[in-house]
Design a protein. Structure first.
Length: 302
């Protein structure tokens, strides 16, 4: 059996659409659906699907975050394989058997993900190596871009990323929008989601721990899934940005240690001072909202 875990945070209609897409595209008789409710009503969802699906709804008692909600759902899972799926996704083809087969046939694989696409079926970022934090910091340095030919390396990296989205390979981390694991592995290796992460970077951290055990993080381009992205979020607010940056620093702390995190913050501040100096000579800094958010975050008192 496959346990399919989804989280609701005021996204009932998204869940209803997602369930309809699964029913129309995939074999679901041997699937248990577990919805963890972080907030909002699920009256219509229950009415439509409670008699059609093996459905369990768990009330989290409030918004406990992405990681904690996934762990709560996992605690109620009885399947040998567990699929963590975002509510803002749509099946356009069967994916469950392919992901299940990859784990069943290759014991070296710890996590499997599929190709995420936009509504027009163009490729969406489904995997990345963004945990290489110091390389990424170097790639944004204005002097490295201007004098050290970093731009060509960035273009090559982006082009390769696009090419690799069409090839099966082992990635550094997969998007948490759709990943499947063996329940026995999670129990044996303590691959539960880290509850310290409320939202963002929790999938990076999980894949990092999986790779540390010697297991592979497998990306499958042969199956695809529409991902709307963002769920109930509609803007890139300052609050959302701060949550993302806090989660990134928490990941560095856990994966590399507090000393590396402090060094990263020091380098980031140096980088931002350079970018601010250049920006002020081109146009008023307040016009660059992302840079201003970074300055506010990294130069606030801690």
């Amino acid at each position: 059996m496959i346990s399919l875990i989804l989280i609701n945070y005021h996204t009932e209609q998204l869940l209803i659409d997602c369930f309809h897409s699964i029913i129309s595209c995939d074999e679901y008789a041997n699937v248990e659906f577990i919805v963890v409710n972080n907030g909002g009503e699920l009256i219509e969802l229950t009415s439509i699907f409670s008699n059609r699906l093996n459905l369990t709804i768990i009330d989290a008692g409030g918004n406990i975050g992405f990681s904690s909600a996934n762990n709560l759902g996992f605690a109620h899972a009885s399947g040998d394989f567990v699929l963590f799926l975002n509510s803002d996704t749509r099946f356009v083809e069967p994916i469950l058997s392919a992901m299940h087969s990859e784990l069943e046939n290759d014991a070296s694989v710890g996590i499997v993900g599929c190709k995420l696409v936009n509504t027009d079926l163009s490729i969406q970022l489904s995997y990345h190596d963004g945990d290489r934090i110091f390389r990424n910091l170097w790639y944004r340095n204005p002097f490295a871009i201007k004098f050290l030919n970093v731009s060509s390396r960035i273009r090559h990296m982006k082009n390769q990323l696009q090419v690799n989205h069409n090839e099966t390979h082992d990635a550094r981390w997969l998007s948490g929008a759709c990943i499947m694991v063996r329940k026995a592995d999670v129990d044996a290796f303590k691959w539960n989601w880290d509850n310290s992460f409320f939202m963002y970077w929790e999938d990076v951290e999980l894949c990092y721990r999986v790779r540390k055990t010697g297991r592979k993080v497998r990306y499958l381009p042969t199956i695809q899934l529409i991902h709307y992205g963002g769920g109930g979020e509609t803007d890139f607010s300052s609050k959302r940005f701060q949550v993302m940056e806090k989660s990134k620093l928490m990941f560095i702390d856990k994966a590399r240690g507090i000393g590396v995190r402090k060094f990263y913050v020091f380098l980031m501040r140096c980088e931002l001072k350079i970018e601010k100096w250049l920006e002020e000579r081109r146009k008023p800094i307040e016009k660059n909202s992302i840079l201003q958010q970074e300055l506010d975050f990294y130069f606030k008192k801690r």
